[in-house]
Design a protein. Structure first.
Length: 227
C-alpha cells in the first residue's frame, strides 16, 4: 500500500465511531475540486508511511479507537488493498472505505470476504456531466455497478456529492438522489482548501445547498455537511 497521509484520530470520518484515517497515493481521476491534489498530481513516493507503522499504531490503541477509514486518492487502485484490510480486520477493527466507484470488482471481492463495514462512495455528477467533472474518460457502467453493489451490500454505507457552483445545479443533485435512493445521501458544500487541482472554483450559497437538500429528501434521506 502506498500510504501518503495519516490522521491519527477522527470523530467525523466514520459515523458513530472513533477512528484513524489513511490517505493512499494516486487516483485515476483529476477532479478540479479535489482537496488532495498532492496525492493526485505528480504524486511523490517520498516520505511514504509504512503499513507496519499504521498497524502498530492501531494495536497500541486497541480499545481506544474502533477502526480505520481508508481514503485517498483512490484506494481501490492499490494492488495490495485487500491483504492490508485483512490485517486490520484480523485485529478486530472496523474498516470504512472511501471510493469513487470505478472498480466494482474490487468492491465485490472485498464484500464477498466480509472485509468492509462501511462504504462511502462519491457521486461526482449526473451521467452527462461526469467526464467533464472528473476531467478524464470514464466507464459510467462501472459507476452504476458500484452503486448497485453498495446499495445491496447489507452493510452501512453512504453516497455523497461535493457541491460546486461551476458543476452542479439543483436538478443535477435531485437526479443523483433518485439514482442512489433509498440510501443515505450527503451534500457536501465545496470549500477551497488551497490545495485544489483546479482553480477558479466557487461555492454555492448555504441557502442553495439547503434548498437542494430539501428537494433531494423527496427521493432519499439527504443531509448536508460543511455548512
Amino acid at each position: 500500500m502506498l500510504i501518503k497521509g495519516f490522521n491519527k484520530l477522527t470523530l467525523l470520518d466514520y459515523p458513530g465511531y472513533i477512528a484513524c484515517v489513511i490517505f493512499t497515493l494516486g487516483c485515476n481521476w483529476k477532479c478540479p475540486f479535489c482537496q488532495n491534489s498532492a496525492l493526485v498530481i505528480k504524486p511523490s513516493k517520498k516520505d511514504l508511511i509504512s503499513e507496519d507503522e499504521i498497524i502498530n499504531y492501531m494495536i497500541e490503541r486497541k480499545g481506544k479507537i474502533d477502526g480505520i477509514c481508508i481514503s485517498g486518492g483512490e484506494p481501490t487502485i492499490q494492488p495490495d488493498l485487500k491483504p492490508f484490510i485483512k490485517r486490520i480486520k484480523d485485529l478486530g477493527f472496523l474498516v470504512k472505505l472511501d471510493t469513487n466507484g470505478t472498480n466494482p470488482d474490487v468492491l465485490s471481492d472485498l464484500l464477498k470476504d466480509n472485509l468492509l463495514d462501511y462504504i462511502a462512495m462519491d457521486i461526482k455528477n449526473i451521467k452527462d456531466k461526469y467526464e467533464s467533472t472528473v476531467d478524464t474518460h470514464i466507464n459510467y457502467d462501472n459507476i452504476l455497478k458500484s452503486i448497485n453493489i453498495i446499495k445491496n451490500s447489507n452493510i452501512d454505507h453512504e453516497f455523497r456529492t461535493t457541491v460546486v457552483n461551476e458543476y452542479h445545479t439543483k436538478d443535477d443533485l435531485v437526479n443523483i438522489a433518485k439514482l442512489v435512493s433509498p440510501s443515505n445521501y450527503y451534500l457536501q458544500q465545496f470549500k477551497d482548501s488551497g490545495d485544489l487541482i483546479g482553480d477558479g472554483l466557487t461555492s454555492h450559497t448555504s441557502s442553495f445547498v439547503l434548498d437542494a437538500c430539501e428537494a433531494c429528501n423527496e427521493y432519499t434521506k439527504t443531509e448536508t455537511r460543511g455548512i
